[in-house]
Each structure stands twice: as C-alpha cells, then as structure tokens.
Design a protein around this ligand. Sequence first.
Ligand code: IPE
Ligand code: IPE
Ligand code: MG
Length: 262
Amino acid sequence: MNFSSSTREVLEVRDVPRHIAIIMDGNGRWARQRHLPRVAGHGRGVETVREITRTCVRRGVEYLTLFAFSSENWRRPAEEVSLLRQLFLAALEQEIEKLNANGIRLRVIGDLAPFGQRIVEMAARAEANTAANRRLTLTICANYGGRWDLLQAVSRMVQRFPDQHEGFTEEQLAPFLALSYAPEPDLFIRTGGEQRISNFVLWQLAYTELFFTRTLWPDFDAKALDEAIGWYRERERRFGRTSDQVLAAGGGGADKGARKVG
Ligand code: IPE
Ligand code: IPE
Ligand code: MG
C-alpha cells in the first residue's frame, strides 16, 4: 500500500489541500437563533454538506472527511438521535445517483452496527455503487471516535502479527486505521466557534493545519470554504524543520519561497 506519514517523512505540500477534514458544528445554535427546533438545523446542515462537497470537487480536493455523528453523540436526547439517523438513511438512499454523476466515491467509517441493519446495508451498498469513482472520496464518519479507531486498529494489528509482542511500527498499524485509504488531512476545519477536537480523527491530525471559524455549519458556504483554503495557503508547513530549511527546500507552503515567518 501507499504509506506516507508526516512523522516518518516531510509530506508534499500543494496549493490546494488534498484532504480536508471537517467537524460540522453549530446546527443546533443555527436553529435556536431562528426559534426553530434543533432538527431544522440538522436539515439545513445536509444542504451545506451538498454545497461543500460540490465545491471541493471543483477546487480539486481529493478527499473530504465529514464528522456526522460522534461516539459521544448517543448522549443526546433519543428524539434527536433518531432524527439524525433518519437524515443519514435518507441521504444514503437518495444521493447515490448524484455522487456517481459527479465522480464521488463514498466511504462510511465508524461502528455502524448500533444504527441498525438497514443503515449497515445501505452504507455497504452506497460504497459498492460508488467504488469506481475517482474525482473525490467523501468519507462520512458516523458513530466514529478517534479513540475507537485507534483501539480497533491496534486490536486488529495485534491479531495480524500473533508472534510479535513489541516493536510495532507505523507501517504495521496504518492499514488497520479506518482512514487507511486516505493521505493525512492537510486542513482541518471546525465550524461553530469551539476550539477542540471532540474525539475526531486523532492519529492522522498530527501535522494537520487547524482552522477554527465561528460560522455555524448551516451558514458555511463555498466562500467560507475558499477563505479556509486561502488561510491554509499562507501556512508554512515545517514538519519539525526550521523555516530556513523549508525555504531552502523550495517552501513548505503553497506560495513557495516568498514566505516570512512571524
Ligand atoms: C453539529 O451540530 C451536528 C452534530 C453533532 C450531529 P450540533 O448539533 O452540535 O449544533 P450545536 O453545537 O448544538 O449548535
Ligand atoms: C462534534 O460536535 C461531533 C460532530 C460534529 C458530529 P459536538 O457538538 O458533538 O461536540 P462537543 O460536544 O461540543 O464537543
Ligand atoms: Mg455541537
């Protein structure tokens, strides 16, 4: 497999992030501001998913990973959990044609079993029906948690190497992580104003550029995404090196060369 790790090598830096990972937060507050039920915010949030996915295809982003339901979101009222489940199921049933028309491959990661057999089946079908698409890989994280991912990966790795008891390597672990098919995220975005990771992708965010915005997810549009990508371009991705080393190597950010470090 194609293994490249930010802690084992200096990653290639491009103008447009290859992989964007987003915590879509603020649906509830968007609804409350309008005196609507929280679920109305989730409905609008699905519209934003469509717009941001379309925009990523146009901008040449190759991987888009969206946090839709965390392993901690079961703590919410049963009614809200049930509505989120329904929205997810409806999207799996209705969006496949559009994904195919736009060259989008769908992946769903997380422990889907607690959502029930129907979702497990629909997700598998959607993945199979879009498997040949190559323009963008859209990953939906549902009942996903960064700690869950690390534990399931370590468990499977240990089973795979029954005679080994120490000295495990990143190369051995990598294929078992849920996002093993994707490069590490270049750009992380969290909408809604909070500055925390909330048990999203933990391992692969090691050297990701972190962008936080107060914009609520239903208000996050193509222009807002472009702002985040513009901010990303200004970063100097040093991966542990000095700024001089980065410049000597041709720049660690997109506007290679002409960068000063503040
Ligand atoms: C994010 O919006 C969507 C999910 C977590 C499913 P929230 O529902 O967390 O919205 P706020 O944070 O309450 O505004
Ligand atoms: C993170 O948002 C999870 C998703 C967006 C799916 P939350 O709204 O659940 O995060 P916390 O609880 O505020 O940290
Ligand atoms: Mg929230």
